[in-house]
Design a protein around this ligand. Structure first.
Ligand SMILES: *Cc1c(COP(=O)(O)O)cnc(C)c1O
Length: 322
């Protein structure tokens, strides 16, 4: 697929510049000590929606032309993509309808409604919710927004890596949590241009390995999805991100949900940061990686911890030093 390009990333960076300032990226001595590497944490948890996905939403809104700008947006999501699309529609002054599967957290539904979107609960799985969203878009004449297969969204997500690699030259590796893979594909696009020697390493929950299995096989596959970590809970690979990841992702790690909770705890104690599970998944990957190099970037993709994650944070033990 040739629809993704570094030129597209630069265009997205222009499109979001007036709306979303660059996010901070810090190194914390206590975290460096625990990980045994110099870690730069890129803080997407401080975005206005609490996650990096708003970059994709804002870039997507800017890319729309003609009737698509006013007809309104429809998508399906368990949370952060929902808030991103709601935020984008609000920027356009257009309506948004978000289909959430019954399992989605109440907090995320509430936050999405507060951005002005209509939330419809439908289906037990993301697949069922997506089918319903496609039907709604067709019957109402609105624009269906795919969570993984929109080039403008991948270009928007890539601005995370543009900011990180422009400011921090000489990183040996970047760890990226993977759900659909749009963030990991975006990282590869920017890395190829700005830092060819920096490895991009995907991290997914072992309890929802659809993207991992698809990457290994080189084709879109489905897998069971039993993770508690909402931001990375997907059951099917996504074609557009996979088209980039299959050639260019350097490595892909699976971690257990328990490791993700421990990383969330470490993010709170050593980096003063409330990450949601998905936002700590990259750190969990770095901690588990036996071949971890000396200078690494870790993307804290989001801070929208739900009630279950907050409760786990309180009972998960602090990692022992060393
Ligand atoms: C969506 C999401 C991810 C996964 O990103 P993909 O682009 O779908 O692979 C990771 N972390 C958070 C917080 C997310 O919302």
């Amino acid at each position: 697929m040739t629809s993704l390009s570094f030129a597209g990333v630069l265009q997205a960076a222009d499109a979001i510049a007036g709306e979303l300032p660059p996010t901070p990226a810090w190194s914390y001595p206590a975290l460096n000590q625990e990980v045994g590497a110099e870690v730069i944490v890129k803080h997407e948890n401080v975005q206005p929606t609490g996650a990096f996905k708003v970059r994709g939403g804002v870039a997507f809104a800017a890319s729309l032309t003609g009737a698509d700008r006013t007809a309104g947006l429809v998508t399906a999501s368990t949370g952060n993509h929902a808030q991103s699309v709601a935020y984008a529609a609000r920027l356009l002054g257009a309506p948004a309808v978000i289909v959430m599967p019954h399992s989605a957290a109440a907090e995320k539904e509430h936050a999405t409604r507060l951005l002005g979107a209509d939330v419809v609960r439908h289906g037990d799985t993301m697949g069922a919710a997506l089918d319903h969203a496609r039907d709604l878009a067709a019957s109402r004449g609105m624009r269906f927004v795919s969570p993984g297969d929109e080039p403008a969204i991948v270009h928007g997500h890539a601005t995370v890596y543009l900011e990180l690699l422009r400011r921090h030259a000489g990183l040996d590796a970047i760890y990226v949590p993977v759900g659909s893979g749009s963030g990991a594909a975006a990282a590869c696009l920017v890395r190829d241009e700005l830092a060819p020697d920096c490895a991009v390493i995907g991290v997914q929950s072992a309890a929802a390995p659809a993207a991992y299995n698809s990457w290994r096989a080189g084709e879109v596959l489905e897998a069971s999805c039993a993770t508690r970590v909402a931001g990375v809970a997907t059951s099917r690979g996504c074609e557009l991100p996979l088209s980039v990841m299959c050639d260019r992702l350097d490595d892909f790690l699976l971690v257990d949900d328990g490791d993700i909770m421990a990383a969330m705890r470490l993010m709170s104690s050593a980096a003063h940061t409330l990450a949601e599970g998905a936002g700590a998944t990259a750190l969990a990957g770095a901690l588990a990686h036996s071949a971890r190099p000396g200078r690494i970037g870790v993307i804290c993709t989001g801070g929208n911890a739900d009630a279950g994650e907050l409760a786990e944070l309180a009972v998960t033990p602090v990692l022992a030093a060393g």
